[in-house]
Structures are given as structure tokens and as C-alpha cells.
Design a protein around this ligand. Sequence first.
Ligand code: ZN
Length: 56
Amino acid sequence: MEQIKYCPACLGELEKIGSCGTVGYFCDHCKTLVSKSKTLTEQEKEEVKKSEGVGK
Ligand SMILES: [Zn+2]
């Protein structure tokens, strides 16, 4: 089952790159690679949104 990962910086969807062995995630918005450990799941992304308080 494939789960979508999100960028910790912009909360955008990440593009999964690589194959089985080494997997990386690329943010098309930030134009940067995000290490797997820093990616956010959809749930985590929602948590961040809440805690940051959209519309400061
Ligand atoms: Zn990003």
C-alpha cells in the first residue's frame, strides 16, 4: 500500500523517487529532496496545519 508523503516545509505532496532499496522524496514546490525521516504522513500534515494555525 502506497502512502502519500508531504513536505515538512510547504506541506505539499512529495514525489517518490528511487526504487525498493533507497527511496527518497522530492518536493516539486521547494525543489529539494526530503529525507524519508522528515516526510510527513497525511495525518501528520494535518497536525502541523492545526498547530501552526492557518491564517495567523
Ligand atoms: Zn516543499
